[in-house]
Write a new protein. Structure first.
Lengths: 428, 428
């Protein structure tokens, strides 16, 4: 299937794949890794590799949904009436006595309904009565305010399926069925390599002739944001032997990210060196901006991405290709960033033929649709702008650009997951 | 200010605060904690407590934006023409010779432009010439394809401000300015306590008369999702002395979460015990559904939240109140979940007077606006439904309910951050 999708798009004269074709090629070669058992306390963000069944009925028996009095419906049909209180039942208690005609039991929310009772009257519909009795002020519907046994969970039923991403609510459900240990998909082991003679390592002394290694750390953080701690291999100089050593080490991981340095000379080394190490490259260009020179290959089960040396392009390529691959390896089924519609507050130019990803910040808009504003210049050298961006606004490849007021889709980045204001339009 | 906002809303007859009033009360008593220095490798998700300045000009000098030839514009004004190649400059090189009339230098992307050159001609606009020369095929604009020194960063300029949440792009910028160690706000220390005789601990043996402790782990995961590892104190039984011991320990943290167990009897203990320990309570009820019985207090700098025993209610209250407080303590300025508009695919009922949070799943909609569908029943006992929810749909307190097709705001939860499909409407 990927052979087909890896063929150049008819829509792209220069022979690169479309973003969709490139993704299909990558995901066609990506499958979840093995599984492992971990404690529930470590499970957040992982993916279930097992179906999970309820270990009990919940509630374990009929319980009261309110604080009030457990009664026999027949006794209160003609309320107001007075009933004798024979018990006081709290959550966790086991009722001692069964209710008989004319009797009731004081009962708390979550407390088990005693035998003989079929209805709960809320405390606000009652009034303390003479010695040990309570006045029921109004009749209530039979069976009112009782939560039935197994209403929430029935023992043996599947409550969570394999492939479920573990979010806070999922952890709650796992605790509810007493799943202290869970079987999840193993996380991918990721290696990051930068290359280029001009690069200065983070902890190397300042050298005016060189430029800092941005990509290693931007990629590290993008991987960390997926809950995976990557291995940083370092910086390979433009030397075939050194590069080969680094790449060979990187091929021992599930996923290898090579960012190209800024010189084409480096790519000249990377391509033959990867080939010599037995890596099959599946594409070398994608019709997108920024990020055109992005390449993908495989060696056995190892996925290899060659990302542009330009930091913004590298981050955008990670978002479109590496992120879904990383999530697929982790067993996730939701592989793509949430997108939302936004109204452009300014025009953006675009040359047709390549899909364009515009870094934007989002602000609450009048109609409830967010206003999207360009984050800094759209120069692919503008890292500060990329750092500020809440999302990537998509200009389709056929488009000649968008006008102010146009509505477009925005891929929501980490930065965009939270906003400064609560809902203005209403009370939350 | 909080005194004012803590006063019951005129809009709420039963005397609870509105969600907005409750948030204002909480945030009026919440300030960032101290600061600490950490390695860049650990900085993702933290908040800068320092302004960060550029440590260099970037690019450090004029560099080429393309692979091609560095020339003197005057020499190619009447191209086609032929120039002598006197140098071959790659990224990281320091040019040895200055260009003179009739000369050019082969230059790679990111490589420094030699003295004497003022323009770059792209390789595709050239052709190899006779012995050591190149044919420039077309005239290009003077200064074309040169990135100017300090175009991206100017030494000494502030590139990131204190209060910036550290996302992957931010990590990239910090690496760019060689900030291997960063000063960030300290993360809050959080304690979680459950209470109720009916609760069975995660690793306790199964007891048919009791119910599992869901809240401790759902809350744990909600805190973990904010990058904070909470301390789990355990389960306090309905015994004042035991409860007092647990609460006293919890007050040693920055933030204490007490979930109430399901019996009012417990609250009866919690309230006086907190008072006896010197905690000032600021509110005890909020006009919301689920989650009405949520309380907030302070003791010195410690924030105390009493959350409903019902797991879904507890999680929703965390989202509305604890999450913004936790983020404010961490120094974040974006305190609230991203919201997006969604079209309801079914009607939802609501009783006016309380804002309602409806658990929904999101699916791509025709118009680009997501379709929102209720996740399971809206019973506040339906944890599996809460676990599936992509977001919380807001039904304003004045509303009598929403109809199918209505558009409402949805707070996006962790589950909702990713989606199963890439953009259908276009190529990404």
């Amino acid at each position: 299937m990927h052979e087909k999708t890896a063929k150049p798009s008819s829509a792209s004269p220069s022979g690169g794949l479309s973003v969709r074709e490139a993704r299909a090629c990558i995901l066609g070669k990506t499958a979840p890794l093995g599984t492992e058992d971990i404690a529930l306390e470590r499970a957040l963000g992982r993916v279930l590799a097992m179906d999970v069944r309820a270990n009990r009925d919940l509630p374990p028996r009929d319980i009261s949904a309110m604080d009030g009095y457990a009664v026999q419906a027949a006794d209160i049909a003609n309320a107001p009436t007075t009933l004798q209180i024979i018990d006081d039942i709290r959550a966790g208690d086991v009722p001692r006595v069964a209710l008989r005609h004319g009797q009731c039991a004081r009962i708390m929310t979550g407390a088990p309904v005693p035998d003989g009772a079929d209805t709960v009257v809320r405390v606000e519909d009652t009034r303390p009565g003479p010695d040990g009795a309570v006045d029921i002020l109004v009749p209530v519907q039979a069976a009112a305010d009782i939560r039935r046994r197994a209403e929430t969970l029935r023992q043996g039923d599947i409550v969570l399926r394999a492939g479920t991403g573990i979010a806070p609510g999922t952890v709650g459900v796992l605790a509810t069925v007493k799943q202290a240990t869970v079987t999840v998909y193993r996380q991918p082991r990721v290696a990051i390599l930068s290359s280029g003679n001009e690069l200065e390592a983070l902890r190397e002394p300042f050298d005016p002739a060189r430029i800092p290694d941005t990509n290693t750390y931007a990629l590290m953080a993008q991987v960390q944001a997926q809950g995976v701690e990557p291995e940083i291999l370092g910086i390979a100089r433009d030397d075939p032997a050194e590069l080969s050593g680094f790449l060979e080490r990187g091929l021992g991981y599930d996923l290898l990210l090579v960012s190209g340095g800024t010189s084409v000379g480096v790519h000249d080394h990377v391509r033959p060196t990867l080939a010599a190490l037995g890596v099959t490259m599946h594409f070398w260009r994608v019709e997108m901006r920024p990020g055109h020179p992005v390449a993908f290959g495989t060696s056995g089960k190892t996925l290899v991405f060659c990302l542009p040396g330009n930091p913004v392009s590298s981050m955008v390529c990670f978002e479109q290709f590496v992120l879904p691959a990383l999530r697929a390896l982790s067993g996730q089924r939701h592989l793509f960033r949430r997108t939302l519609p936004a109204r452009l507050s300014q025009a953006v130019k675009s040359r047709p033929g390549r899909i364009e990803f515009v870094r934007v910040t989002l602000a609450p808009g009048a109609s409830g649709i967010h206003e999207a504003r360009c984050a800094g210049s759209q120069s692919s050298a503008d890292m500060p702008g990329m750092a500020r961006a809440d999302g990537l606004l998509i200009v389709p490849s056929a488009s000649k650009g968008l006008a102010a007021g146009d509505i477009a889709r925005v891929q929501l980045l980490e930065t965009g997951a939270y906003q400064a204001e609560a809902e203005p339009g209403d009370d939350a």
